[in-house]
Design a binder for this molecule. Structure first.
Ligand code: UDP
Length: 310
């Protein structure tokens, strides 16, 4: 019997890549999404494939499924700062109630549960780069608090189920990731800059652009997630690309790759915007023998090409 995996947020950017990869690996896949920030088009090409089911459902409400489930990958959540500012309560609910519901489903089915957590649990970090042992610097009442605290609660829920019910759990802390199927209007730096560069509009750099991020290509990330799923490791694992760039460098690189003559337009820095971010991936390297392979320029070129195709 093929294994059956549930992917919540399966029509989202990361979720859709995961569904595709799990199907390719021989899993049956149940894609659950309420399409608030997920996009039906992301999974259109998988519709009708043997072993692929789609359920439109908000996992902040309980979900009962027939049949066996071997793995639940909980990826449902608005995930860009613009999206969670637009859906603050839904973001809090899916990270807390949604995680509780999916842990309950995993327990009922005896499935392994993998939580998509985030580098946002480190907030505006005072330790650089960020190892999993760092507890973070999060403003609970700021605009990002709805996402950061929901994911921190999700981690606490996951560990509680692991400790109390001996549930097999995994926690992946995902750092900035980019690639095809990001929404051009999700508000994040890479899709914003690409959209603006291709349209000949100014690239909106927030603040002076000296804040840093480290961007991982989606295929590398998916590889790491699948590797983590196969382990029996329940503590959090950072996955991301440790190559750090300033946002201004990113804007200039994208402008160059798009052969664009757009200007840079400096805009105010959003509240609580982390000043620096880079994963310490020693744990992932040691445990999973995983390392991201895609160079930023190459990954961006592939992303730009996919955005050009529309
Ligand atoms: N950013 C920017 N211009 C944009 C979008 C984002 O300068 O059009 C900056 C943002 O302020 C942050 C960084 O790029 O410092 C990364 O933002 P993103 O929304 O991609 O995700 P974050 O890492 O903050 O969650």
């Amino acid at each position: 019997m093929p294994k059956r995996a549930v992917v919540t947020g399966g029509a989202g950017f990361l979720g859709s890549h995961l569904c595709e990869r799990l199907l390719a690996d021989g899993y049956h896949v149940v894609c659950v999404d309420n399409l608030v920030t997920g996009v039906a088009r992301n999974i259109k090409h998988l519709e009708g494939r043997r072993g692929f089911e789609i359920i439109q459902h908000n996992v902040s409400e309980p979900l009962y499924l027939e049949g066996t489930v071997d793995a639940i990958l909980h990826f449902a959540s608005p995930a860009s700062p613009v999206d969670y500012a637009q859906h603050p309560i839904a973001t809090l609910k899916v990270g807390t109630l949604g995680t509780h519901n999916m842990l309950g489903l995993a327990r009922a089915k005896g499935a392994v549960f993998l939580l998509a957590s985030t580098s946002e649990v480190y907030g505006d970090p005072l330790v650089h780069p960020q190892p999993e042992t760092y507890w973070g610097n999060v403003n609970p009442i700021g605009p990002r608090g709805v996402y950061d605290e929901a994911k921190r609660a999700a981690e606490a829920f996951t560990m509680a189920y692991h400790r109390t019910h001996k549930l097999r759990t995994r926690i992946v802390r995902i750092f900035n990731t980019y690639g095809p199927r990001m929404r051009l209007n999700d508000g994040r730096a890479a899709p914003n800059f690409i959209r603006q560069a291709l349209a000949g509009e100014p690239l909106t750099v927030y603040g002076d652009g000296s804040q840093t991020r480290s961007l991982c290509y989606v295929d590398d990330l998916v590889e790491g997630i699948l590797a983590l799923l196969q382990t029996d490791y329940s503590d959090p694992v950072n996955l991301g690309n440790p190559t750090e760039v300033t946002i201004l460098e990113l804007a200039n690189l994208i402008r160059e790759l798009c052969a664009s003559t757009s200007e840079i337009a400096y805009k105010p820095l959003p509240e609580d915007d982390p000043k620096q971010r880079r994963p310490d991936i020693t744990r992932a390297r040691t445990l999973l023998h995983w390392t991201p392979r895609t160079d930023l320029g190459v990954g961006l070129q592939q992303t730009i090409a996919s955005f050009r195709q529309g």
